[in-house]
Design a protein around this ligand. Structure first.
Ligand SMILES: NC(=O)c1ccc[n+]([C@@H]2O[C@H](COP(=O)([O-])OP(=O)(O)OC[C@H]3O[C@@H](n4cnc5c(N)ncnc54)[C@H](OP(=O)(O)O)[C@@H]3O)[C@@H](O)[C@H]2O)c1
Length: 255
């Protein structure tokens, strides 16, 4: 599915909240939303990178140093900013090991962070509710479709993120709230810290060097592509499927 030219998207006068904005996809998403004219509130635990992003994007970017999985933060930020666009991108880097080398605590890390934060923010978005025409985009993963055997509970957690977006979309529809809930499933890319660690683990498992394994995955999805896609999903109500797979060649609806 071709993406619209970003210059077509004007999000001026709207506010977006992005979780996990300090690096990787979230940083690029915040930059793309800002370039489209939105005021952006970026949430992450690392203050330094958030301040760097503030220096880059200027006063339209508000850094919030917080744990995105904290339900109080979700409620406070939704009540304060009434975002038109909510991007639930924060995610823990899974421990890259075969299943029997996980403990329950390491296995369940992505449930505690990724799933828990999508649960709290989605709930708050429905309860408030956000304004009609708002968009909530939850970042799942292509691993939700295929599994990820070296990542503990990651793939199952990301499948649940997708389910949560679909359940919320159904509630929005039932109550005629006009809030779009979408899950975005990016494919694995070595272009971020989290993706690079996974690529290195799978390369090691196959006895391959990292570069050869990364090349076998094809052209890598870039954080900038993810940022542009999020702007498209937020600004274009015609992109109304509940879930989309995103690779370097573009978006595809997931049935
Ligand atoms: N890269 C890939 O190949 C890939 C593929 C599919 C899906 N994804 C998903 O895309 C999302 C972004 O991943 P990425 O690759 O950009 O990873 P990344 O480079 O490791 O960035 C993760 C971001 O999440 C933030 N974060 C983690 N725990 C948090 C918490 N409790 N509260 C607030 N922020 C938190 C981190 O900031 P702090 O550490 O400063 O808090 C950081 O900004 C994740 O949900 C990931 O699962 C990635």
């Amino acid at each position: 599915m071709p993406m619209q030219d970003m210059s077509m998207q004007d999000m001026s006068g709207t506010t977006a909240v992005v979780t996990g904005a300090s690096r990787g996809f979230g940083r690029a998403i915040a930059a793309a939303l800002s370039a489209a004219g939105a005021s952006v509130v970026g949430v992450a635990r690392s203050g330094g990178p958030l301040q760097d992003l503030r220096a880059e994007l200027g006063g339209s970017f508000t850094p919030v140093i917080a744990d995105a999985a904290d339900p109080v933060i979700a409620g406070q930020l939704i009540d304060t900013y009434h975002p038109r666009t909510l991007v639930l991108n924060a995610g823990a880097a899974p421990l890259s090991r075969p299943i029997h080398h996980h403990t329950w605590q390491t296995f369940s890390r992505n449930w505690d962070v990724d799933v828990q934060h999508v649960f709290h923010w989605t709930r708050e978005a429905l309860l408030r509710p956000l304004e009609e025409g708002s968009a909530v985009i939850a970042v799942s993963s292509g691993a939700a479709l295929r599994g990820s055997p070296l990542s503990g509970g990651y793939a199952g957690a990301k499948a649940t993120v997708r389910f949560l977006a679909a359940y919320a979309a159904a509630e929005s529809e039932r109550r005629s709230l006009g809030i779009r809930f979408t899950a975005l499933l990016p494919t694995l890319t070595p272009a971020t810290d989290l993706g690079a660690a996974a690529v290195a683990a799978y390369a090691h498992r196959q006895g391959s060097d990292v570069r050869t394994y990364a090349e076998s995955l094809g052209a890598p999805l870039t954080p900038e592509q993810v940022g542009k896609t999020i702007v498209d999903l937020a600004a274009n109500p015609d992109l109304s499927q509940e879930a989309y797979l995103l690779g370097s060649s573009g978006l595809a609806a997931v049935g």
